[in-house]
Design a protein around this ligand. Structure first.
Ligand SMILES: NC(=O)c1ccc[n+]([C@@H]2O[C@H](COP(=O)([O-])OP(=O)(O)OC[C@H]3O[C@@H](n4cnc5c(N)ncnc54)[C@H](O)[C@@H]3O)[C@@H](O)[C@H]2O)c1
Length: 324
């Protein structure tokens, strides 16, 4: 079952105009899939889908994932889907604190409705973008899938509740994604991750701002590695689609201070740091236990942090050169 090669497979990507979603669409098209993309441009950008918008195998729908019956409608239009890759979400934890109801509606309620509809329609694979924010408790060591609980934000909670429901249903999978870096889409916003903020500061020749003492650690995983894992989980790279919950990170911890040093080295800028007060609720350490993912034969991340940062820096510089 579902050993059908990627060629001709019909895939729905939600959040298609987002940083990860747009890269996923590109990769799926390159693998020979036909791709329908959905996005309401809540945080996604039209520019992100421009590079492949003219591909005759790509169909874009400006729609809200909260609309009921969306999958059935799109299936009737395009034919039955082999896989749904659900990336659409309100992605900022700080924003979710101010807007818990909207966050819940998009990140949990719409996810569960889409998941149920996909199952009812017999879609072979359902892949959900979970998050390391589902672990909220301070952990001394790497986070194992069964340790998730007490997320610190409505964002983390909405992801945890979705992941749990998917796991319990026995249909589809959730990849708990750790700190993804290497996306250079759009302009950096106030909620962008620390890597993008450092790279952007380097580009402008400004000092790096660090909240707290810089000793907090994160598990930084390169976006191309994440896209490969998502493809694998959906069966688009040839294997069986996955079912269950799986961490996706490198398993390695890097402190924010170390990260600043690497960005400075890669960009050839002087390492100058401005310290800001620690952000309340920020986890001290976050790192994935990758045992379960390894056993499941998920492709492990291959990109060294220095290499991924260099690639992202070069892309940002090129983009800056084009716009400037
Ligand atoms: N970037 C990370 O470090 C990271 C880490 C863990 C999990 N994730 C998850 O990965 C997924 C992709 O994140 P991203 O970093 O590409 O963020 P992003 O903001 O670039 O992408 C999210 C996309 O979803 C779209 N969207 C939001 N609400 C929608 C709605 N109601 N209907 C249709 N589209 C809607 C947005 O417009 C955007 O294009 C998200 O589910 C996020 O929670 C990301």
């Amino acid at each position: 079952m579902n050993r059908q090669p990627a060629l001709g497979r019909r895939v729905l990507v939600t959040g298609a105009a987002g940083s990860i979603g747009s890269r996923l669409c590109s990769a799926l098209l390159a693998a020979g899939c036909r791709v329908a993309g959905v996005d309401d441009f809540f945080s996604g950008l039209r520019g992100n889908i421009e590079p492949f918008a003219g591909d005759p195998r790509f169909f874009f729908h400006e729609r809200d994932v909260c609309e009921s019956g969306l999958l059935a409608e799109l299936s009737a239009l395009h034919g039955p889907f082999d896989a749904v890759l659900h990336m659409a979400a309100v992605v900022s934890a700080p924003w979710s604190v101010e807007n818990p109801e909207y966050t819940d509606a998009v990140n949990r309620a719409a996810t569960l409705a889409l998941h149920e509809e996909a199952r009812r329609l017999g879609v072979g694979a359902f892949v959900f973008a979970g998050s390391a924010a589902e672990y909220g408790l301070p952990l001394d060591g790497p986070a194992r899938e069964d340790m998730a609980g007490e997320p610190q934000s409505p964002y983390g909670l909405s992801k945890l509740l979705s992941t749990k429901a998917i796991e319990e249903s026995g249909y589809g999978c959730a990849l708990r994604l750790f700190n993804i870096y290497g996306t250079t889409e759009g302009n950096p916003g106030p909620y962008d991750g620390v890597v993008r903020r450092f790279l952007d500061a380097a580009l402008r020749g400004e000092p790096f701002t660090v909240c707290g003492d810089g000793g907090q650690t994160r598990d930084f995983v390169y976006v191309d590695d994440v896209v490969r894992a998502l493809l694998h989980a959906s069966g688009a790279s040839g294997g069986e689609p996955l079912s269950g919950v799986f961490n996706y990170g490198t398993g390695r911890a890097t402190s924010v201070a170390e990260l600043a040093g690497i960005v400075a080295a890669v960009s050839g800028r002087r390492l100058e740091i401005i310290s800001l007060p620690e952000r309340p609720g920020d986890l001290r350490h976050s790192r994935a236990d990758m045992s379960r993912s390894r056993i499941t034969s998920l492709p492990m991340p291959e990109t060294r942090l220095e290499d991924g940062l260099r690639a992202a820096w070069e892309r940002l510089r090129e983009k800056d050169g084009r716009s400037g």
